[in-house]
Design a protein around this ligand. Structure first.
Ligand SMILES: [Zn+2]
Length: 92
């Protein structure tokens, strides 16, 4: 990731630990994917739930989902942080 936005020169990592919020968003989205896949499969296939396949698919999804979500969670975090900062500055 580039340190500054190529269009407006916004410095992304404002302070150490800045991306913690992005990680929280990423974990939240990954948990939603997990529970949607797990509960959705259980409900759709009950009472013959394919436990072995469900285990393999959900574990694979827990590895792949954070990697896919990573750039989007960072973008969302920057937008949220900028929005809240603008509101608290009174410039919003
Ligand atoms: Zn920009």
């Amino acid at each position: 990731m580039v340190p500054e936005c190529p269009r407006c020169d916004l410095h992304f990592e404002r302070e150490e630990g800045y991306w913690l919020g992005s990680m929280a968003i990423n974990i939240g989205i990954t948990m939603v994917v997990f529970f949607a896949a797990f509960i959705g499969t259980m409900v759709a296939t009950w009472p013959d739930v394919p436990w072995d396949a469900l285990w393999v698919v959900t574990v694979a999804a827990m590895v792949v989902t954070p990697l896919i979500v990573h750039p989007f969670s960072r973008t969302l975090w920057v937008a949220l942080e900028r929005h809240v900062r603008a509101m608290s500055d009174g410039s919003y």
